[in-house]
Design a protein around this ligand. Structure first.
Ligand SMILES: [Mg+2]
Length: 412
């Protein structure tokens, strides 16, 4: 018997939670917005009324207000979003223990083994939709299918508060005419490559063929072909499964622009300290560093480098990031935002085994210092011990923007 996969997506999640918190907002155009004074002034989520007025996620606050004069702008309440996200996940778990979160407001569910108890996939999806609404006041849209990519597509087709079934019988009719970017993993760059070869809709991918897709996009091309043809077999992970961390990063948009290497170096060290803390918490070391730079023209550039030896020392990570910056940036414009990311992660144990002689001594020294600093900070606060280079930073916003949690990979 075919598998039965659901993808359940909470509609307008942040804005819907705000309306549950304050029911007097119901029916009004509502947007959850970043804080303007920190220059994170963009729309993070909007209610249907705001969407109808043309407000889009990612739009700058003032632009949203111009389009929708009565717009109620609220600051985000992430703790509440997390709480509701967990409550809804507990509801899903009544139907199956194969519940895999995909971001804060979406989950895949494998309900293949639940059908004897709860009815077919559509029946379970309807049941979930009604239960979530009755118990939380939030609405979901659910896609039902025999694989994950189609279930995901299905949840996008009808919303809010709806169920869409994509079956072996109807997927060619429903999915194939959709534009390629509606498929999981097709971003703007991939879309451009495909469109340049006349591959515009999902069905075109199948007609273009597996070998051509592979020649064009490598492994990813084969995967997209499997998605489009309905061949994907990737599993829904168990509810206790924690995705392995692929990278650890920290980024900031500064309260005013940076103008020289000195300022950039200071900020990189500030960011790297946070990266070190997170690597330490996860018992990981970095084998490489990735630097992201956004200039005042809003162009983003990324540079990567492999480290001579694995480390989690903030100093070594910041040094590598600054070298990358000096070699590549060229100061055509001031810098508005920076991101430092530790990549090529390995467990602390693995990286120690690869080192010999001076490199091992260096690592041990960095480790001893890092552990001592961490100990003091955990007792007396983040600023109890800080490099002198970090004193007097007035361009760091009060509320630092941690990375958004990205949806996990698909596990085969
Ligand atoms: Mg959603």
């Amino acid at each position: 018997m075919d598998r039965c996969i659901l993808h359940s997506d909470l509609n307008g999640f942040y804005a819907s939670v705000e309306i549950v918190r304050d029911p007097s907002l119901r029916g009004k155009p509502v947007a959850v917005c970043g804080v303007e004074s920190d220059r994170h002034g963009i729309v993070l989520a909007k209610s249907q009324e705001a969407a109808r007025a043309g407000v889009k996620t990612g739009m700058v606050n003032w632009e949203a207000r111009r389009l929708c004069p009565g717009l109620v702008c609220l600051p985000p309440h992430f703790d509440d979003y997390l709480r509701y996200s967990r409550i809804v996940r507990r509801i899903y778990e009544r139907y199956t223990d194969l519940v895999e979160p995909y971001g804060m407001d979406e989950c895949f569910l494998d309900v293949s083994g639940s059908r004897a108890l709860f009815g077919d996939g559509v029946c379970i999806a309807e049941n979930i939709r009604e239960t979530v609404k009755a118990e939380t006041g939030l609405t979901v849209s659910v896609g039902v299918s025999f694989n994950k990519p189609f279930a995901k597509l299905g949840s996008d087709l009808k919303k809010p508060d709806a169920v869409t079934n994509i079956s072996r019988e109807n997927f060619r009719r429903i999915v194939w005419p959709m534009p390629v970017e509606s498929l999981l993993y097709v971003g703007p760059a991939t879309r451009r490559k495909l469109v340049a070869r006349g591959v515009r809709c999902v069905g075109d991918i199948v007609r273009y063929g597996e070998e051509n897709m592979s020649a064009l996009l490598g492994k990813c091309g084969r995967q997209l072909y499997a998605f489009a043809a309905g061949h994907d077999r990737s599993r829904v992970m168990h509810t206790d499964f924690a995705a392995p961390i692929k990278s650890v990063g920290h980024g900031l948009t500064f309260t005013s622009d940076l103008y020289d290497d000195g300022e950039v170096g200071q900020m990189l060290l500030f960011l790297a300290q946070d990266v070190e803390h997170r690597l330490r918490t996860a018992a990981l070391h970095a084998g490489g560093v990735e630097l992201g730079v956004r200039d005042t023209d809003l162009a983003v550039r990324q540079y990567q480098r492999v480290l001579p030896a694995s480390t989690r020392s903030a100093l070594r990570i910041a040094e590598a990031a600054l070298e990358l910056f000096r070699e590549n940036y060229g100061w055509r414009r001031p810098v508005r935002a920076l991101t430092v990311r530790a990549i090529r992660l390995s467990s602390a144990e693995e990286s120690r085994q690869c080192l010999l002689g001076p490199a091992e001594e260096q690592l041990c020294r960095d480790e001893t210092i890092g552990a001592a600093v961490e100990g003091v900070r955990s007792r007396f606060g983040k600023w109890a011990v800080a490099p002198a280079a970090l004193l007097g930073m007035e361009k760091v916003p009060g509320a630092t923007s941690h990375d958004v949690i990205l949806p996990g990979q698909m596990y085969v």
